[in-house]
Design a binder for this molecule. Structure first.
Ligand SMILES: Cc1cc2nc3c(=O)[nH]c(=O)nc-3n(C[C@H](O)[C@H](O)[C@H](O)COP(=O)(O)OP(=O)(O)OC[C@H]3O[C@@H](n4cnc5c(N)ncnc54)[C@H](O)[C@@H]3O)c2cc1C
Length: 402
């Protein structure tokens, strides 16, 4: 895949402004913040209390800013760190070691991917009303694409929600579900089809005809915005609610997803690496058959495989990040990275649980929650099977050498 092909991620390019020493100091500062402030505030018994998690995240956000730590890809003038994609790798990995780190640093989904998209697509008015309050944390967003059957899931062509043009705007009708963050969002980016094809619309949550049906319970801990089912019934929005170009909704979704996937990979490498650190500590303390677990070769194999998986995962993600920094199309590589990393981090966390035995299954330590946090990543942002099909299609029909 060369530079500038269709579906490219046309994201704002940020040149590095830090010396290697400054970057190392930044990562050390973040690591210390996560170890000394963030992980100690993870209250596992309140992991399903969204209000409590949100309160803690806000407290941590203030502490992070006081230490000069902020949103990784946001410009300095907007309160961010202005990191390159390559620089984001270690930053997001450190932030991701804690369930609360990405929330504290305002780089958690759905906000971060919505920011990626709006930075490229928002009109001046949309920037003022939606993007800037999103960056400052005054307003929260969600992204509403997925629908119950027979609507859109893995196949974007099955989009059923419609937007009908009127004399002064659009009227949207449809049914969405699994919309992350919607329970606390102020506005939604709604994907609906017009005569020109799939299109994006900004819809304030209090717009008449926009209704949250329920919060769908999922296996994920430390979730602060839920996964909502939403009905849009004759929901009227003004003409300026259209984001970007009418009919280009699928290209817009690609743009939003590619950066988001990479950020997920970086954060989840951090979480899986923490899981294995916990397991290693356990293996060095716990004995079986007169010797430490760490001395049993089958335990050693699980530890070694985890290190190999994480080493490979980090390097794949770094390579995709470097390609992004160099302005290359990452469509193919980001698919490969997503499949590899989502499966690798889950395997690592699963081995960590195995090494810790029953304690690993409990909620006394974070392992079972890490496992539950990582499992859905093999489904959202494109299921592994869908990415594999796309990778194979490109390889076979574009003659890519392996
Ligand atoms: C935790 C979580 C958060 C989410 N947040 C959001 C959100 O904020 N906004 C939003 O719009 N959506 C969100 N989603 C939905 C997510 O985008 C969809 O789950 C995803 O696109 C898959 O669609 P589906 O669930 O309908 O699966 P389906 O399309 O029903 O597919 C089910 C399974 O079938 C297989 N499959 C499907 N297609 C193919 C194929 N072509 N080839 C081979 N196998 C295939 C795969 O194994 C797949 O997992 C979220 C989902 C989860 C789990």
């Amino acid at each position: 895949m060369g530079k500038g092909s269709e579906g490219d991620l046309k994201m704002r390019h940020l040149a590095s402004t830090r010396s290697p020493d400054e970057y190392t100091a930044l990562i050390d500062n973040l690591k210390d913040f996560i170890d000394s402030e963030v992980i100690p505030r993870e209250n596992l018994s309140a992991a399903h209390d969204g209000a409590e998690v949100r309160r803690t995240a806000q407290e941590l956000n203030a502490l992070a800013l006081a230490r000069g730590l902020g949103a990784p890809r946001t410009r300095r003038e907007d309160g961010g760190m202005a990191l390159t994609w390559t620089e984001c790798c270690a930053y997001l990995e450190q932030a991701g070691r804690s369930f609360l780190g990405p929330l504290a640093l305002r780089c958690a989904p759905p906000t971060q991917p919505d920011v990626f998209a709006l930075e490229s697509l928002a009109s001046p008015i949309q920037r003022e009303r939606y993007l800037l309050p999103l960056l400052s944390g005054e307003r929260a967003s969600c992204f509403a694409m997925t629908e119950p059957a027979p609507g859109v899931g893995s196949d974007p062509r099955m989009l059923a929600t419609t937007a009908r043009r009127t004399s002064n705007g659009w009227v949207i009708n449809g049914h969405k579900w699994f919309i992350s963050g919607a329970m606390r969002a102020d506005f939604a980016i709604v994907v609906a089809k017009t005569d020109a094809g799939p299109s994006w619309f900004l819809v304030d949550m209090d717009t008449p005809g926009f209704r949250i049906v329920r919060d769908i319970p999922t296996m994920e801990p430390f979730d602060i915005g839920g996964h909502a089912e939403i009905l849009l019934e004759e929901c009227a929005v003004p003409a300026e609610a259209l984001i970007g170009e009418e009919g280009k909704g699928l290209a817009h979704s690609q743009l939003r997803l590619e950066g988001a996937r990479l950020f997920h990979c970086m954060r989840y490498i951090g979480l899986a690496s923490r899981a294995m650190s916990i397991a290693q500590d356990y293996a060095l303390r716990r004995e079986s058959q007169g010797t430490k677990l760490a001395d049993h070769q089958m335990v050693q194999a699980m530890v070694a495989d985890a290190h190999i998986q994480l080493y490979a995962a980090r390097h794949i993600v770094l390579d995709v990040a470097r390609r992004l920094d160099e302005g290359e199309s990452i469509r193919h590589h980001s698919s490969m990275a997503k499949v590899f990393v989502s499966e690798a981090v889950y395997k690592v966390a699963d081995s960590a649980v195995q090494i810790c035995g029953a304690l690993g299954i409990s909620e006394d330590i974070p392992l079972s929650m890490i496992l539950r946090m990582l499992r859905p990543f093999r489904i959202y942002d494109g299921a592994s099977e869908v990415h594999r099909a796309a990778i194979a299609r490109r390889a076979l029909h574009h003659g890519l050498t392996p």
